[in-house]
Ligand binder design. Sequence first.
Ligand SMILES: Nc1ncnc2c1ncn2[C@@H]1O[C@H](COP(=O)(O)OP(=O)(O)OP(=O)(O)O)[C@@H](O)[C@H]1O
Ligand SMILES: [Mg+2]
Length: 235
Amino acid sequence: MYLKLFVMSEDLLIKGVNIQKTFFSGNVKTEVIRGIEIEIKKEDYVVIFGPSGAGKTTLLHIIAGLLSPTKGKVLWKGEDIYSMSEERRSLWRRENIGFIFQFFHLLPDLTLEENVLIAGWKKWGKKEAKRRAEELLEKLGLKRIAHRYPSQVSGGEKQRTAIARALINEPSLILADEPTGNVDSVTGKEIRGLLEKLREEKGTALVVATHREDWKESGGKIFFLEDGKIIKRKK
Ligand SMILES: Nc1ncnc2c1ncn2[C@@H]1O[C@H](COP(=O)(O)OP(=O)(O)OP(=O)(O)O)[C@@H](O)[C@H]1O
Ligand SMILES: [Mg+2]
């Protein structure tokens, strides 16, 4: 029994306990997340569905340590990430989390390759970060255009660059916010395939938040975000 409990807790990366988030703008109060319990284990593959405004970005940012919840806790291997100092939380994020932002957040004055390698500087040093960036960009089919700036490439290419950047530090958890939200359905399918392949190769846990129905065909566990709560039901 003890052994089993031990093994289970070793496998648990994220535990969200009664996560709540309320935004205030002026006198208007919006309760976006209303008591979410979620567990993400090693190598898990989770797809969270929800319509626009459901709170997907808010929830992923809270799990990533980017936005503190109004109430509740986010535990990483049992440790409350919002009790860490900001500096430690940033370090923790860099070591463990690969975040793919809904709107990419690529730096416009850097080339695609520089956008990727700069994220890996602190962990790998400049030379090794460059090697890894080149390898990732090649894997994602971007080698030929790695020297271009974000304004000179398509949405799908920006999306793949954002994926490469999220992967360079070999995170144990990838949080992908609408990773196919800004591309056509064919490119979307390609990107889904890439994320699934990368996850399998490295044994990385993957959490995707999306409103796109085609993710229902994926092999992930499907959750729905509705009324600020997570509901598990059939597809
Ligand atoms: N900083 C903020 N201040 C006030 N309200 C906010 C803030 N951020 C988000 N909201 C509100 O919270 C709700 C959830 O927003 P969120 O961005 O998490 O939704 P989403 O599910 O990611 O939507 P989309 O699919 O359009 O990206 C929305 O009603 C939004 O207007
Ligand atoms: Mg969003």
